[in-house]
Design a protein around this ligand. Structure first.
Ligand code: C2E
Ligand code: MG
Ligand code: MG
Length: 558
């Protein structure tokens, strides 16, 4: 058979163009070209094999590609094997039929050239894929944050960002799920959940794992509602158990990219979904959409955080006292210390700075400062022979992480020589088991030291009644949202309030209603034997000198 060298040159040149230019490469055309080359040399079959390492080759874990096969390959014509610098193995074998006449030395040289070019192309491709797998996936095979970023860039490059949303979500209380079902089942649940969201976002979207139970998703606005529904809660089957299911809920921050949106760096999108997600985690809404005010809130947060230490040193924080009143006698029987910040000539309320300080442990410094201030005031009242009452001090749950909290509290109180019965520590309900254990430990310790404790905003959190059964509180403070208001005609809130009070009293706790504003509410408290009340109907939190004047013998007219 006569083989035209010019024809070979043309085929080979074509091949080289294809394998060296990713834009020019077309899989179908490449296969056709290889067939043509094989036909040119009378080759019946061509096989390439790729193994990531000799160990992978040993167990046959690799990729075997049959590049061409006309069914007549009977003996090996030529074979090439390379070991790359990363120990990957790439091998190519060419077969001919038994009756195929031998090739000239020149043709064999050309065959070898083609095979080497092919192997170098395949190995580069496979290695690139391996590198991508390692770079864009985590050790469990989930797509990682680099994958997310890369796709953002690709979409922007192609001018296709319009109509996309980004979300960052966290599976709620997943440590409890792990605890209940075991780590292995927990991992399987995470994977099922991930696949479910991946299916929802479809081919135009993607989900990636940031680590643990934190994820990022990018998807078209058309599926936004479906994704949000799923994040609010979907039942996921336990592995190997078709009947048992757990409800997986997530908190999420979502950013709907505005039309024509462009970024300079992907940090912009990340910052936005992160701040929305932080609000979702700390606030009452489990799904929060980013809006531009969040940026301002973030700026303000940074401002407060940067000013805090200095303000604490300059004693800009002070305690205002809100009286607690015995509604049978109108007498002030206690007070709650509430923090106020005198800053730049104005009075800043806790709603502005407490949530910010709770983002890190600054709040613990403030709480101890408040306890110190209160103890100093009580000591002064006692020393000056004034009437003194028990004062409650709010302690953020952040303090529960401090193993020496009990010692710190006692140290402050004892430093001022304040008898323990003058102090009450207010703590709110907890959200996790770990916190619950710490809470129990602290409350037990305080109670042993003769320091009262109260559960603040009772009924607002998600704790079970174990909170009352297992923790020896002194006082239950019923949150004002359980107190039927003026225009509140619902019998339900009446019934709930009545039963909360009677349960608290029967269990032997003191009971105080917070946020009392009307005489009708006072009547209701009386009817339900809730003797203690605190609220604007008596007084707002008062500066210490004003409170001291009231304390001396004043009775509310009720
Ligand atoms: P809280 O401990 O539940 O305190 C009661 C809040 O309800 C106070 O708001 C009080 O002014 C307000 N309040 C009292 N009576 C009424 C009423 O009749 N109607 C209405 N609508 N509100 C009433 P404030 O002082 O703005 O404090 C808000 C929250 O900030 C407190 O809620 C507490 O959780 C936190 N906080 C205040 N001071 C401190 C502190 O020193 N440390 C910590 N960790 N938290 C504090
Ligand atoms: Mg309180
Ligand atoms: Mg409260």
């Amino acid at each position: 058979m006569i083989r035209e060298p010019e024809y070979f040159s043309k085929l080979f040149e074509n091949m080289i163009s294809m394998v060296t230019d990713p834009e020019y490469f077309d899989r179908g055309q490449f296969v056709d070209l290889l067939s043509e080359i094989c036909n040119y040399f009378g080759i019946a079959k061509g096989v390439t094999e790729f193994y990531r390492s000799p160990a992978h080759e040993k167990i046959g874990d690799g990729e075997i590609l049959v590049d061409f096969d006309n069914g007549r390959g009977e003996r090996i014509l030529h074979k090439r094997r390379f070991i790359t610098r990363t120990s990957a193995i790439i091998q190519g074998t060419l077969y001919v039929s038994n009756d195929e006449p031998p090739l000239s030395a020149e043709d064999m040289r050309r065959v070898d050239l083609v095979l080497r070019a092919l192997l170098s192309f395949v190995s580069r491709n496979r290695l690139q894929r391996t590198v991508e797998q390692l770079a864009f996936h985590d050790e469990f095979g989930y797509r990682n944050i680099r994958f997310f970023m890369r796709n953002l860039w690709v979409l922007q490059e192609r001018d296709q960002l319009n109509g996309y949303c980004a979300a960052r979500y966290n599976l709620q209380h997943f440590s409890l799920v792990n605890r209940d079902v075991g780590r292995a089942a927990g991992d399987a649940i995470i994977r099922t959940h991930y696949q479910h969201i991946q299916e929802l976002v479809g081919n135009s979207g993607l989900v990636c794992r940031m680590g643990g139970d934190n994820f990022l998703a990018l998807f078209k606005t058309d599926v936004l509602n479906d994704v949000i529904d799923a994040l609010r809660g979907i039942p996921v089957n336990l592995p190997d158990n078709p009947v048992a299911r757990v409800m997986i809920r997530a908190t999420a921050g979502v950013y709907v990219l505005p039309d024509g949106y462009e970024f300079d760096t992907t940090d912009d999108i990340m910052d936005k979904v992160m701040s929305a997600a932080a609000e979702a985690k700390n606030g009452s809404e489990s799904i929060v959409f980013y809006d531009d005010n969040m940026g301002c809130r973030k700026d303000e947060m940074l401002r407060i955080q940067s000013k805090f230490k200095d303000a604490l040193e300059k004693q800009e924080f002070c305690a205002h006292y809100q009286p607690k009143v015995d509604i049978m006698t109108g007498e002030i029987v206690g007070a709650e210390a509430l923090c106020r910040w005198h800053h730049d000539g104005s009075l800043v309320f806790p709603a502005r700075f407490i949530p910010v300080l709770e983002q890190n442990s600054d709040i613990c410094l403030l709480d101890m400062y408040m306890l110190d201030t209160v103890c100093r005031d009580i000591r002064r009242w006692l020393d000056e022979g004034r009437k003194a009452v028990k004062v409650s001090v709010n302690l953020s749950r952040k303090n529960l992480m401090d193993l020496d909290l009990l010692t710190h509290i006692k140290e402050v109180i004892d430093r001022h020589g304040v008898p323990h019965e003058y102090i009450e520590i207010e703590l709110t309900e907890t959200t996790s088991f770990v916190e619950f254990d710490n809470l129990r430990r602290i409350v037990c310790g305080l109670s042993e030291a003769g320091i009262s404790t109260s559960v603040d905003d009772f009924g607002m959190g998600y704790s079970s009644l174990n909170l009352l059964r297992e923790i020896p509180w002194s006082v239950i403070k019923i949150d004002r949202c359980f107190l039927p208001g003026d225009g509140d005609s619902s019998a339900c809130s009446d019934i709930m309030f009545r039963h909360m009070v009677s349960m608290a009293l029967e269990l032997g706790f003191e009971c105080i209603a917070e946020g009392v504003e009307t005489t009708a509410q006072i009547e209701l408290l009386r009817a339900n034997k809730c003797r203690l009340a605190q609220g604007f109907i008596f007084d707002r939190p008062l500066p210490s000198d004003e409170f001291e004047r009231k304390l001396a013998g004043f009775r509310y007219d009720i």
